[in-house]
Design a protein around this ligand. Structure first.
Ligand code: BGC
Length: 725
């Protein structure tokens, strides 16, 4: 793909059918309520067409639950003097597509010659309104260049949508009337109702098209037709509105009200309100980089992807690892949200951060249930989480190289660090915002119950006289069933320490609240004393001579291959050696110890950081390992003044734009996008928050002339403005 960068636009100048899935992902639009992939309105063979609505999950075998692909609102079937328009036929004379991120509008211009030799110009625009998240619009302008005849636009809401073959919707009713059509349906297992409808308006100058209504079951459709001369333009305007039973008890009534209001809607003023809403977002969230157009565009692109997926009006949903832009991980959420994406929201859009954190608070029952089922106390958060907060990690998945074989997925059983990651996120939010009310109402319960989980999860080793955590997988998933993973143990200790700090703070500043909480959680003095005992005795492997933390017991004894440093590799070391093979080596998918040092800059001295950086960096598969790694690696490189920071940063920046791992078609790598923001702010700018002020230690790439961004500290908007001399 040729992607050009121009200010705020991502521009594609040629159409390459073999790369459509990548393009569909990166041209996704959304408004935090819905996300629609960048498919063509008129469809294309082999496309992956989807619109996902936050929180609308339905049951499915193996992966338990997935976001249900909603009925399609974007479709426009176009007939030009009787010939169907489609890029799979005829001749494409010119093609350009732009995603204008400032206005969150997708544009496409096409000049096309039909199989019968007629030439037509078509322009498309599409947006999902940020001002009214239940509204989305598409406009097409069609100009026959060298012929006259009927231009017909057929459009509907297609309830036959599926998730790569799996149907989630059952039909409840529909209506076609005047210029509008509606569909009422419901997810099969979770029974979420959806009412979706649209208005279609097709004109040429002052003439309106003749509308025919096709009441096809599950696909109510309108067809609008007009005869025009060469050079005359037909404009088709489609407003779609959608409501679910998550929005109110009667989504149909909500839809009917919205459709009535839409009668008077004109494109320009509605779009202007949407643009205004985006302007407000960018005023707070944008990062300006002068001197490096590629980095500028990549950063905006990644922030845009986070913003289109961010729930603004819903505190019961989270952002999936692949946002709302593809089928990857089925819409499930991981630690990707709390550790990678959330900091961006905490510092630029704290209201959104509150929604995301609230999702975890609402899901405490699921986490408590998981702990209980496993024989532990407190709250153990699921590794993969969806609608209800239960564990939804698949246990077995088909082997991609041999479909007759299954692979056991252990993460849902033993990747347990997510519990402290979530507690950490609540604490970060509080530190940055000073929002005591939220800590009291929601955060405290999560942090305390997470600490309680850790105190019950650790195992006493009598011989060594210490607490250990055995048989787990750390963030580096190339090594599972390991013991005393440095990241997991240190984060557990942090969680317990912070819980005790919180208890002191509550006792001192909010005694009544503390009493209430202590009562509801049945927290007794003995239990708190035990937490301190665990803190004092939990094992973290550290060698004072080498200053190295061992990633897990026995890691240093594993084979030290230099496969990771082979420049001509085209696939991951795991793909080369296999799951067992890579596990026998020291090769890392992502470096746990450096991740720990990033999150806790005050826990380790500079020499320790450097020693670990130098040890773990050359053993990490930066190119094909985890997409979560490069941005954090860039930050740690900044900390030790390693010029490779830029290379790691650009690896993260290009991840989806250039489909570096070949899987961008499955959706945006949300964690990489969030990590990129952190790499600019905490890496290159070196921002450090102190209780009453902030400081920076800039280490900008040589070609960056100017960096500017804003962030909130305790509710006050701050600006960082750095010029490279
Ligand atoms: C990574 C995890 C991540 C998950 C979802 C995995 O490949 O190893 O750290 O949470 O993908 O993005």
């Amino acid at each position: 793909m040729t992607i050009q960068t121009e200010g705020w636009s991502l521009i594609e100048t040629s159409f390459l059918p073999e790369q459509i899935h990548h393009s569909e992902t990166i041209f996704t639009i959304g408004n935090g309520y819905l996300g629609s992939r960048g498919v063509f309105e008129e469809a294309f063979p082999g496309e992956v067409r989807s619109t996902f609505l936050h929180g609308v999950f339905d049951d499915v075998p193996i992966v338990f639950t997935e976001l249900a692909n909603a009925p399609d609102w974007m479709e426009l079937e176009i007939f030009l003097a009787g010939e169907r328009f489609g890029l799979d036929e005829g001749t494409l004379l010119s093609f350009e597509r732009q995603l204008d991120m400032r206005t969150a509008t997708l544009h496409r211009q096409v000049r096309w010659r039909s199989p019968k030799g007629r030439t037509t110009r078509l322009t498309f625009e599409r947006f999902a309104s940020l001002e009214d998240v239940h509204l989305a619009g598409v406009r097409v302008c069609i100009t026959p260049e060298d012929y006259e005849g009927a231009i017909e636009i057929r459009s509907g809401v297609n309830g036959e949508s599926d998730n790569l073959g799996i149907k989630h919707w059952e039909w409840l009713g529909q209506a076609v009337k005047g210029h509008s059509a509606r569909l009422h349906c419901r997810t099969r297992s979770t029974r979420v109702e959806l009412a979706m409808g649209f208005l279609l308006d097709v004109t040429a100058g002052s003439r309106s098209a003749r509308i025919s209504r096709w009441d096809v079951r599950n696909h109510p459709t309108l067809a609008a037709s007009l005869s025009v001369r060469a050079g005359e333009t037909v404009t088709g305007l489609k407003w779609a509105a959608l409501y679910t039973s998550r929005d109110g008890r009667n989504p149909q009534r909500l839809l009917n009200g919205a459709l009535r209001g839409l009668q008077a809607q004109d494109w320009d003023s509605s779009h202007a309100r949407h643009v205004q809403a985006w302007q407000k977002e960018w005023d707070q969230c944008d990062i300006l980089i002068e001197g490096d157009p590629e980095a500028q565009l990549a950063v905006r692109f990644n922030l845009f992807q986070l913003l289109v997926a961010a729930p603004r009006h819903d505190s019961r949903v989270n952002i999936g690892a692949k946002t709302l832009s593809g089928y990857g991980y089925r819409g499930h959420s991981f630690w990707d949200t709390e550790i990678f994406m959330l900091p961006f929201f905490i510092y630029t859009r704290p209201e959104i951060a509150r929604n995301l954190l609230s999702y975890r608070w609402h899901n405490l029952p699921g986490a408590r249930q998981k702990a209980w089922k496993n024989g532990y106390r407190g709250a153990q958060y699921p590794w993969e989480s969806a609608g209800t907060g239960e564990e939804v990690t698949p246990t077995w998945v088909p082997n991609p190289n041999d479909r007759t074989n299954l692979i056991r997925i252990w993460t849902g059983d033993i990747e347990i660090h997510i519990t402290s990651d979530i507690a950490f996120a609540f604490w970060q939010y509080w530190k940055a915002t000073g929002d005591d009310a939220f800590l009291l109402e929601r955060g405290a319960e999560v942090i305390l119950d997470a600490a309680r989980f850790w105190a019950s999860r650790v195992e006493w080793n009598d011989t060594a006289g210490r607490f250990e955590i055995s048989d787990i997988v750390g963030p580096d998933e190339y090594h599972d069933h390991v013991s005393n993973n440095g990241y997991t143990n240190a984060m557990a200790r942090w969680n317990l320490t912070t819980a005790l700090e919180l208890v002191h703070w509550l006792r001192e500043h909010h005694p009544a609240h503390w009493n209430k909480l202590r009562g509801s959680l049945h927290l007794q003095k003995k239990e708190l004393l035990n937490w301190q005992h665990v803190i004092d005795h939990i094992y973290i492997h550290y060698d004072p001579h080498t200053k190295l933390l061992e990633q897990f017991d026995g890691y240093f004894q594993r084979e030290d291959t230099d496969l990771v440093r082979q420049a001509d590799r085209t696939e991951s070391v795991q793909a080369l050696l296999g799951i067992e093979g890579v596990s026998a080596t020291q090769v890392l998918k992502q470096p746990d110890i450096l991740m720990l040092m990033y999150l806790h800059p005050d826990m380790f001295d500079a020499e320790t950081v450097r020693a670990n950086y130098e040890y773990y960096t050359p053993r990490t598969d930066h190119t094909f390992g985890s997409s979560l790694g490069p941005s954090i690696q860039a930050i740690m490189a900044c900390r030790v003044n390693d010029p490779a920071a830029c290379e790691h940063f650009m690896r993260a920046a290009r991840a989806d734009l250039f489909d570096v791992r070949g899987n961008a078609g499955d959706g945006i790598h949300g964690a990489s996008a969030g990590g990129l923001w952190q790499a600019v702010v905490f890496g290159f700018a070196g921002l450090r928050l102190l209780p009453d002020r902030w400081e920076i230690t800039p280490r900008l790439p040589a070609n960056w002339k100017h960096l500017r961004f804003h962030f909130y500290q305790h509710g006050q908007l701050q600006t960082v403005d750095i010029r490279n001399p």
